[in-house]
Design a binder for this molecule. Structure first.
Ligand code: IMP
Length: 198
């Protein structure tokens, strides 16, 4: 059976996508599984463009149908920042997820709470020939000034999920996968995968 390549080097994302697609029984492979060292510059102007750039480049290079996502955190008080730049949102080179959380809280410190925000995700599904389909998902919440929880990655410890009273990082993966932006986008892609993989 043909394999589905997951076009990400973020191990947190890979694990979430793997759990979300377990029911499809499609065999997933990572970039490192197939030894693909290609890096794709995220130079698009939207999540959709960046997701397409990644999915199409990895599909072309590998000859495999490829799923890639582009995602980000949008904070209303910062006019939607960090948004498209969420993974690069810190002044210092070599910054970590923890540095980016500190930087975000510093930029929010003068603004009145609640700091309303949402995670957004666009999934692109590309064939080696370049045919590409998209799905989307979002998850509303607010940024809080202290870190809570040990699961997840990125901004999860400071993102309080709307209606839950818990941060994304306080939710074990199966609970995050019941409501997250990525879960919504990946689940919407399942019927597309089923028709591609027959
Ligand atoms: P990209 O989609 O690889 O360009 O990176 C998206 C960035 O947005 C990640 O590196 C995180 O900083 C942030 N992000 C996206 N999804 C999540 C999530 O589920 N939890 C926490 N942070 C996220």
């Amino acid at each position: 059976m043909q394999k589905l390549l997951i076009g990400t080097r973020n191990s947190g994302k890979f694990a979430e996508i793997q759990a979300l697609l377990a029911e499809t029984r499609i065999e997933l492979v990572s970039l490192s599984d197939i030894g693909l060292e290609l890096t794709v510059d995220e130079v698009g102007a939207t999540y959709r463009e960046n997701a397409a750039l990644k999915a199409q480049a990895y599909a072309r290079a590998s000859g495999l149908i490829t799923l890639a996502d582009d995602s980000g955190l949008e904070v209303d008080a910062l006019d939607g920042a960090p948004g498209l730049y969420s993974s690069r949102y810190a002044p210092q080179p070599g910054a970590t997820d923890a540095d980016r959380r500190v930087h975000l809280l510093k930029n929010l410190s003068g603004h009145p709470r609640p700091w309303r925000a949402r995670f957004c995700c666009v999934v692109a599904l590309a064939t080696p020939e370049g045919d590409t389909q998209f799905t989307e998902g979002a998850c509303p919440g607010e940024i809080i000034p202290e870190e809570r929880g040990q699961f997840g990655f990125g901004y999860d410890p400071i993102f309080l999920v709307e209606g839950k009273g818990l941060t994304m990082a306080e939710l074990p993966m199966d609970e995050k996968n019941a409501l997250s932006h990525r879960a919504r986008a990946v689940k919407a892609a399942v019927p597309l995968l089923v028709s591609l993989f027959g």
